[in-house]
Design a protein around this ligand. Structure first.
Ligand SMILES: [Zn+2]
Ligand SMILES: [Zn+2]
Length: 134
């Protein structure tokens, strides 16, 4: 069984056989900037378990630190995965999965990079859809 994923515009499509590590929310500054979000939800996938099935030519890369390439769709900007050439795995941005990989987030890392104004404490109201009165 394979789990499917894609970028926002649908140009880039991929499949994974499984996540080969826990789902980790990374709060580091480069992830915050790359995702334009408080943190990036990531999971390791062995290269043998990861296949781009469409739109490989759409992937643009940015070297965010020496040897670390962040790959994103050149049309819609979705950050799909990051990799280091020497690693046997890619670091998938699990928010791009269309199927449920059967795992839940296990931890937050690099919270020392958090900026106080973007911290999502438990006291922040949650709404299933738009906020009331909008
Ligand atoms: Zn796209
Ligand atoms: Zn990070």
């Amino acid at each position: 069984m394979a789990f499917r994923g894609s970028c926002l515009c649908g140009s880039v499509q991929y499949q994974i056989d499984q996540l080969d590590g826990p789902i980790v929310h990374c709060h580091c500054t480069t992830c915050r900037k790359a995702q334009a979000s408080q943190y990036a939800s990531t999971g390791r996938v062995l290269r043998d378990h990861f296949r781009i099935t469409a739109g490989e030519e759409q992937l643009q890369e940015f070297e965010s630190s020496p040897g670390k390439l962040r790959k994103f769709c050149r049309t819609c900007g979705t950050h799909v995965f990051a990799e280091r050439a020497s690693d046997p795995y890619v670091i998938l941005r699990v928010g791009t999965l269309d199927d449920d990989p059967g795992r839940s987030p296990a931890m937050h890392i690099w919270t020392c990079h958090d900026v106080a104004w973007l911290t999502d404490g438990d006291d922040v109201p949650r709404h299933a859809e738009w906020q009331p009165g909008r």
